[in-house]
Design a protein around this ligand. Structure first.
Ligand code: HEC
Ligand code: HEC
Ligand code: HEC
Ligand code: HEC
Ligand code: HEC
Length: 224
């Protein structure tokens, strides 16, 4: 049973939520107001991506959702439904970004052997390393490779300071200096550590700066 005071709390929460939700809903629909109500700017490469490419309306009409919220407030529903729009998931990203050559496909990391790694970085979801509504393009650490690559052996290692040594010395920020993460840039990993991109330049890229791996990509994302 839900106590009367808990019901009051839920009702107050509902009254506070309704106007915000109505405005949020309008923001999705009206092109003029979208910049005002969105959480923040989209990353510049997404300037032309429509809001509803990522934000999918919840099942049921707004009226049904309000009713469900009311029933919840009155204690006759066990859980609240999410209001208006569903949580953004990787499914939305993959609709435009699925690639046959993906080096680190997210589905792989569901496997139990990655259980510890995904505690460090949730590689099962695009949103484990990317977000939206901020200029930041990547929010993982530059040395994120450590979560999974402690044990790699590169056969006939061609680089001047061998991978084994880099790992022994915990040079985890060096990896992205020679390899991109997804393998989608048209680049070849250099053989000399002196040619590696510096961690500082990569950090700037993560924050929204120029792409140090160059413009040319093996697969371009869909635009809609
Ligand atoms: C590339 C995908 C993407 C696009 C395009 C996008 N968003 Fe978002 N949006 C997100 C993500 C990710 C979040 C974080 C919250 C979440 O996971 O639902 C978010 C959060 C929000 C929130 C906060 C919701 C909450 O529950 O806190 C609002 C409001 C919002 N977006 C509005 C917009 C509007 C308006 C547009 C169009 C200008 C837009 N978004 C375009 C991905 C996107
Ligand atoms: C409607 C299609 C579309 C959707 C949906 C979409 N993107 Fe994009 N995205 C693009 C396009 C187009 C580009 C620019 C061209 C490219 O990088 O191939 C891009 C670029 C990017 C970039 C590169 C930014 C840079 O500065 O290098 C990242 C990171 C990215 N998207 C992540 C995501 C994530 C994460 C999601 C899901 C939350 C998502 N995208 C959803 C179309 C989309
Ligand atoms: C473990 C962290 C991680 C996860 C998970 C991740 N990314 Fe990335 N992503 C990165 C890093 C690091 C970069 C910058 C290096 C690079 O360009 O490959 C990047 C760059 C990108 C870029 C720009 C370069 C390119 O490949 O075109 C896009 C687009 C992108 N990610 C989309 C996605 C999408 C879509 C998903 C989910 C299917 C995803 N990422 C999951 C870490 C991640
Ligand atoms: C969540 C775990 C995880 C993370 C984090 C991760 N990797 Fe990997 N990576 C893998 C797995 C698994 C493979 C495939 C190895 C195999 O098939 O034997 C792989 C393969 C690779 C390959 C070889 C691809 C090929 O063509 O065979 C490179 C290069 C690579 N990763 C670089 C990186 C870099 C650089 C980072 C950090 C930015 C990173 N990885 C982060 C799990 C990860
Ligand atoms: C100086 C550049 C350089 C640095 C730094 C570097 N690598 Fe490499 N890496 C290479 C080259 C070159 C190869 C072999 C050819 C190739 O795969 O492009 C390679 C191969 C690999 C492979 C195996 C690919 C395969 O097919 O077997 C993995 C995995 C890998 N590197 C991960 C890492 C990780 C993790 C780090 C950070 C500790 C790192 N690399 C640092 C240049 C570099």
């Amino acid at each position: 049973m839900v106590s009367p005071s808990a019901r009051v709390v839920r009702l107050l929460a509902l009254m506070a939520a309704v106007p915000t939700v109505a405005l949020g809903g309008l923001a999705m629909l009206s092109q003029d107001s979208k910049h005002v109500l969105a959480h923040g700017p989209l990353i510049s490469d997404h300037a032309e991506v429509a809001c509803d490419a990522c934000h999918v309306e919840s099942a049921g009409s707004i009226r049904q959702q309000i009713q469900a919220q009311l029933h919840y407030a009155l204690g006759s529903r066990a859980t609240a439904v999410d209001f208006g729009y569903q949580e953004v998931t990787s499914k939305a990203c993959l609709a435009c970004h699925a690639r046959p050559n993906e080096r680190h496909p997210i589905y792989r990391f569901q496997e139990p052997r990655f259980a510890q790694a995904v505690q460090m970085v949730d590689a099962r979801s695009c949103l484990g390393c990317h977000s939206e509504h901020s200029e930041q393009v990547v929010h993982s650490a530059v040395g994120v490779c450590q979560a999974c690559h402690e044990g790699i052996k590169v056969k006939n290692d061609p680089i001047d300071i061998k991978h084994e040594i880099l790992i022994e010395q915990k040079k985890w920020e060096s990896c992205l200096g020679c390899h991109d993460f997804h393998g989608n840039h048209a680049i070849k990993a250099p053989l000399h550590i002196a040619e590696a991109i510096s961690a500082e330049v990569i950090r700037q890229y993560f924050l929204g700066g120029p792409d140090p791996y160059g413009e040319e990509k093996l697969y371009e994302a869909r635009t809609e």
